[in-house]
Design a protein around this ligand. Structure first.
Ligand SMILES: *Cc1c(COP(=O)(O)O)cnc(C)c1O
Length: 566
């Protein structure tokens, strides 16, 4: 200290005491300050980084638009909570639910709400099962349903039932007790890996369905990023048309979701947006082959390139494409690269219970390497119940379903899947051609994108497309209503491929009838849109215009409750 020598002795003394007696405290103070500054700085850095990522991912306008939507959503939420509004909304939701209940539950059926005192005889059980199977329903047997039943032929169903019967008690969690089930499960996975051109070293697991497969793949990607890169705030980038199971994975596993628009005319994920959304928290890129809403295959080649460049995993959702997309080329249809031949593809979900024709409760998830698969395993070495290990979410699993899946795959065989692909995709293309060529349909309906597989989605140019959906329902058809944009789709199946011409002519009749109604409305000078008449029009007409979907959530939650009303 240069000035110390000129200080009076007394002061110098006290200064020295201060200096000598409190060096650690000063240091502590200094350190605390420094620490506080560092923490503050890190905080600022973190938030700045986030803000920059957001600006880069969404753009300035996109960020502002998002802000606007959020403000509108929140203020509308407050509006819905106003006392008068709330009671009215509740009343309307309850009325809609009462209507649904009437449809779901025939009022005159006998209800069994407690265990019978004495067990029924087999004869009585059989009779009751017969009644249940014959309850009034949409006629899938006649091909009146889009999707849902993919094969449905008597012979295959009989074989599946037999396979199921042989393994009713089987559970793959005990491979020593049921070695046959272990063998069949491994073989199903091997066969599907083969279909998707998996490289040496690739691996997979079977799951309970497409959602399970997707959840598993997202979990694996999240664990990989955590273990290998220390990512604690994982994010994934989804085409907005990707199956909602990915959003479910986001909720369950705390993965932030970025949605990427899939604009006309291709309806594929916008690759520039995907690329801009990548940051150091990204754990997974996703593409569909094809997606559920529009049946469009994303640009998987471009996604693969980006995945390789940014060293990220890429999941291809081929749940719907399942056993059709791998056969497109052999069947002579136009196709696009989608499988492990693209080096950036690290995992694929494929539903054996869709176009693999296995009974419901079967799917597979495939990984490029065994290490990727191991990230979805659960192993507990210390449980009092013993060392526990399971490949996926479920513990005990139905061996019977694995047997029925294996039996389906080996009985249909390559030739069978090839000819199904010809018939199903062939019929979807004929339906699409009819939409283009029929004067009645071409003027009003527009196909979304260029579907290469089994789904044909279309929107209406002037009419309300949901009125068309309701018109088709009135004629016994169950088609799928879509939103953002409003549209309908038809997912071609084997049963539907036998009656697609009737579907097309019914569609012509419905469109014609709706146009006539519209003409009358205009002549009579009524408002373009009166109160919606059908269910689809009521639900989506209202839902589409709301800035806040809480009413739709209430309605859907009430619907789920109804499913369990005995
Ligand atoms: C059906 C489907 C799924 C989910 O399958 P579930 O078996 O219903 O869980 C996932 N992705 C796509 C594209 C689908 O069509």
């Amino acid at each position: 200290m240069p000035g110390t020598s000129r200080m009076p002795i007394s002061l110098r003394k006290s200064f020295n005491t201060v200096k000598r007696s409190r060096p650690s405290n000063t240091l502590q103070l200094l350190n605390l300050d420094l620490l506080r500054n560092i923490i503050f700085f890190l905080f600022v850095l973190r938030w700045t980084r986030r803000a920059l990522w957001k600006l880069k991912g969404r753009g300035v306008l996109g960020t502002l638009a998002e802000l606007y939507i959020n403000v509108r959503r929140i203020s509308y939420g407050y509006f819905l909570r106003l006392p008068g509004v709330r009671t009215r909304v509740r009343k309307e939701v309850d009325e809609a639910l009462a209507k649904m209940q009437l449809k779901l539950m025939p009022p005159n059926a006998t209800r069994y709400l407690t265990l019978p005192k004495e067990g029924w005889t087999e004869e009585v059980v059989r009779k009751e099962l017969e009644t249940l199977a014959n309850m009034d329903h949409t006629r899938w047997e006649d091909g009146y349903v889009s999707g849902a039943v993919y094969h449905g032929e008597e012979d295959l169903m009989k074989l599946q039932t037999e396979a199921y019967g042989k393994f009713t008690v089987a559970n793959p969690i005990h491979p020593d007790v049921f070695p046959g089930v272990r063998k069949m499960e491994a073989e199903v996975v091997a066969m599907v890996l083969g279909l998707f051109n998996a490289p040496v070293g690739a691996a997979g697991v079977s799951t309970s369905g497409g959602t399970d497969s997707i959840l598993s793949a997202c979990l694996s990607a999240r664990q990989k990023a955590y273990v290998e890169r220390g990512v604690t705030e994982p994010e994934m980038i989804l085409p907005e048309t990707a199956h909602t199971a990915f959003r479910k994975a986001g909720e369950y596993f705390k993965i932030k979701i970025h949605l990427v628009p899939c604009p006309a005319p291709s309806y594929q994920a916008d690759m520039r947006r995907v690329s801009r959304l990548v940051n150091s928290n990204t754990i997974l890129l996703v593409g569909s082959a094809p997606n559920f809403p529009h049946g469009i295959i994303d640009d998987i080649s471009a996604l693969s390139k980006l995945a390789l460049k940014r060293r990220l995993p890429l999941h291809v959702d081929c749940c719907l494409g399942s056993f059709l997309v791998p056969f497109l080329e052999k069947a002579g249809f136009e196709t696009e690269p989608f499988d492990f031949r693209l080096k950036g593809v690290t995992s694929i979900s494929c539903d054996t219970h869709k176009y693999g024709f296995a009974p419901k409760g079967n799917s597979t998830v495939l990984y490029r390497t065994q290490e990727l698969r191991a990230y979805q395993y659960f192993v507990d070495p210390s449980w009092s119940g013993g060392v526990y290990a399971s490949p996926g979410i479920a513990g005990s699993r139905p061996g019977a379903l694995i047997a029925a899946c294996w039996a389906s795959l080996v009985s249909v065989g390559e030739a069978g899947y090839l000819s199904s692909c010809e018939q199903i995709v062939g019929s979807a293309k004929k339906l699409a051609d009819r939409l283009h060529d029929s004067p009645a349909l071409a003027a009003e309906l527009e196909i979304l994108g260029k579907p290469l597989v089994s789904v044909v989605a279309f929107r209406a140019r002037n009419l309300d497309v949901y009125d068309i959906a309701d018109g088709m329902s009135a004629r016994g058809w169950h088609l799928n209503a879509l939103q953002n944009p409003p549209a309908i789709h038809v997912a071609m199946t084997l049963p539907l491929s036998k009656v697609w011409e009737r579907l097309a002519s019914d569609l012509e009749a419905v469109v014609e009838a709706e146009r006539e109604k519209e003409r009358v409305r205009i002549v009579e000078g009524k408002r373009a849109k009166g109160k919606a008449s059908g269910d689809a029009a009521a639900l989506y007409g209202v839902a589409g215009s709301l800035p806040n979907k809480s009413v739709v959530i209430d309605l859907a939650t009430g619907f789920l409750d109804l499913l369990y009303k005995a």
